[in-house]
Design a protein around this ligand. Structure first.
Ligand code: 13P
Ligand code: SF4
Length: 301
């Protein structure tokens, strides 16, 4: 039997639904029931009737789905697919800064461990961070763990004091401004579309700055015909599929997240067959880490 057919049958048997991030390989996006950015997938996870969620993405995504759905089984096709940035801030640093600043809100990018989320007041994704930070009553904002996202927010919300962290996404942070400039010289009419996880020299060149879903939407609405894309290469598949006739150029050192690429059809079949690695979190951690996620869903509505 063909592997895709096997996955379909296993899904029916296990009452499972497949969620996938835009950064996974095209063949995974093709078989997923829902594909989206981090915010869309978090919202989707709480609306679905199925008992089992197969999360085709990295560990923090599976953890967030589990935190929001404690009664469901959440399966990660590869338990080693982990976002390095999720570990680039520590609960200790947060506690220290809480002592230093009165009137501090701790804002945690969803790309973080459950332990880090448990110390935060609210979670955010790249598509709602500006809206949420603006709406917070506190003046001082510690936004962990991405320094590039925090810098972007500091520009967008100048009325707040944003404390910059030190972490970054290795995939976006290594996008080189020189390569973006070269592409711009080669394609002067192309618009630069960048994710806020990119370094500030790159975001400074952007005609549009936003989440993966934001970039997809902006491209489809644009009358331009060519685009320089500064985010992970997996987005090329929906860009090409949804925009025939438009041209997409990526930096020469192609931005590829190796962890997202760990997800394969074989691993999805295996996890639906064995289902022996559900995401598990200690109940006390679940309680504390769920609160900032719920608050995000309320504030971003
Ligand atoms: P978004 O899905 O919010 O665009 O974030 C990108 C990302 O790096 C996910 O790992
Ligand atoms: Fe983490 Fe960056 Fe990969 Fe997203 S693209 S999972 S932020 S390393």
């Amino acid at each position: 039997m063909e592997i895709i057919q096997e996955i379909e049958e296993l899904k029916r048997e296990r009452d499972a639904v497949i969620l996938a991030h835009y950064y996974v390989e095209p063949e995974i996006q093709q078989i997923a029931d829902y594909v989206g950015d981090s915010f869309f997938l978090s919202k989707k996870a709480v609306e679905l009737p199925q008992k089992t969620i197969v999360f085709c993405g990295v560990a923090f995504m599976g953890e967030s789905a589990r935190l929001l759905n404690p009664e469901k089984t959440v399966l990660l096709p590869d338990s080693l697919a982990d976002c390095p940035m999720a570990h680039m801030a520590s609960p200790d640093t947060i506690q220290e800064l809480r002592q230093q600043w009165e009137d501090l809100a701790v804002v945690c990018y969803i790309n973080s461990t459950a332990e880090l989320k448990a110390c935060a007041d609210v979670c955010v994704t790249s598509s709602n961070v500006v809206e949420i930070v603006r709406a917070l009553p506190q003046h001082h904002i510690l936004l962990v763990p991405d320094r590039n996202l925090a810098r972007y927010v500091a520009e967008q919300v100048p009325e707040k004091h944003i404390i910059l962290p030190t972490g970054c996404c290795p995939t976006h942070d290594r996008i080189e401004v020189a390569q973006v400039r070269t592409l711009k010289e080669q394609h002067p009419d192309a618009l630069v579309m960048a994710h806020p996880e990119c370094p500030p020299e790159v975001t400074a060149l952007a005609d549009y700055l936003g989440s993966t879903a934001g970039i997809l939407h902006a491209v489809s609405q644009s009358s331009a015909s060519s685009f320089i894309i500064c985010t992970e290469y997996g987005i090329r598949y929906p860009l090409m599929r949804d925009n025939p006739g438009k041209h997409f150029y990526f930096p020469e050192t192609t931005p590829i997240c190796p962890d997202m690429k760990r997800i394969t059809l074989e691993k999805i079949r295996a996890v639906l067959t064995d289902g022996d690695t559900p995401v598990e979190l200690a109940p006390s951690l679940c309680q504390a880490a769920r609160k900032p996620l719920d608050r995000m869903l309320q504030l971003a509505r």
